[in-house]
Design a protein around this ligand. Structure first.
Ligand SMILES: Nc1ncnc2c1ncn2[C@@H]1O[C@H](COP(=O)(O)OP(=O)(O)OP(=O)(O)O)[C@@H](O)[C@H]1O
Ligand SMILES: [Mg+2]
Length: 255
């Protein structure tokens, strides 16, 4: 794939939790307007790696990171980079939908108001509507915006969390098993949404569901015990992997 499509370049990334070396010298280029799936057995470092991409690991005191994560030409671990601004640009959606204990409207409006992206009033209303529309949930919630976000179904809550993430206009959306707590119909909606969102965003998603990776990911990265074993176009990974370990994993021989 063309070099100018690289959004995130990871160079020699190592991470330790105390003495535990959890990520071993990772090198990977993640592409703009693509969905990249991170796959691999439990404990191989998928979530740890994902959290490196928006400095969420900084919140864990025992963590030490070495190496670079270059986003749009700038290493986000450089001393002059403010991690709060990184997390605003690189949004994250988690496995368990986690709306704030506030109204649907406030869930989406909270961060844009806090960051000064909009002021209270019509511009905020517009941003809330636009974000809920982009997340494919506007029609379901437009008449109940004042009701609590926590009152929605799990699948609706997850789409609300996606609306909340895109409301601050990030460049990249990180998703850690975004559908593993959801039923098949909600899963299908989130997958369709991800395919829509990749037109505007770069999406990195963790999944244990091989079919999901095959359905929606352009690129797939296979991790094993803190190593990046193989990274390629999804079709190549699933049809003709270069590494025996990848093949064993995707054919269900371990993990
Ligand atoms: N906060 C933490 N403190 C110490 N060790 C941790 C911490 N979080 C993760 N680890 C360890 O780092 C390694 C990678 O964990 P990680 O959660 O990134 O794996 P994963 O691939 O996301 O697994 P899963 O598929 O189960 O979510 C594991 O050995 C795990 O025990
Ligand atoms: Mg994980």
């Amino acid at each position: 794939m063309a070099k100018n499509k690289v959004k995130i370049e990871v160079k020699d990334l190592n991470l330790w939790y105390g003495d535990k070396h959890a990520l071993h010298g990772l090198n990977i280029e993640l592409y703009k307007n693509k969905i990249t799936a991170l796959i691999g057995p439990s404990g191989c470092g998928k979530s740890t790696f994902l959290r490196c991409l928006n400095r969420m690991n900084d919140l864990i005191t025992s963590v030490r990171v070495e190496g670079e994560v270059v986003i749009d030409g700038k290493n986000i671990y450089d001393k002059d980079v403010d991690e709060v601004s990184v997390r605003k640009r690189i949004g994250m959606v988690f496995q368990q939908p986690n709306p704030f204990p506030k109204s649907i409207y406030e869930n989406v409006a909270y961060a844009p108001l806090k960051h000064g992206i909009v002021k209270k009033g019509s511009s905020c209303d517009e941003l809330v509507e636009q974000s809920l529309r982009s997340a494919g949930i506007w029609n379901e919630v437009k008449d109940i915006l004042k009701e609590p976000g926590t009152g929605l179904s799990g699948g609706q809550q997850q789409r609300l969390c996606i609306a909340r993430t895109i409301a601050v206009k990030p460049d990249v959306i990180l998703m850690d098993e975004p559908t593993s707590a959801l039923d098949p119909i909600s899963t299908e909606k989130i997958e369709a949404l991800m395919l829509e969102l990749k037109k505007e965003y770069t999406i990195i998603t963790v999944t244990h569901n091989m079919q999901q990776a095959a359905r929606i990911a352009d690129m797939t990265a296979f991790f094993h015990l803190g190593d990046l074993i193989e990274y390629d176009e999804t079709e190549k990974i699933f049809i003709n992997p270069a590494q025996k370990k990848t093949e064993d994993y995707i054919t269900g021989r371990f993990g």
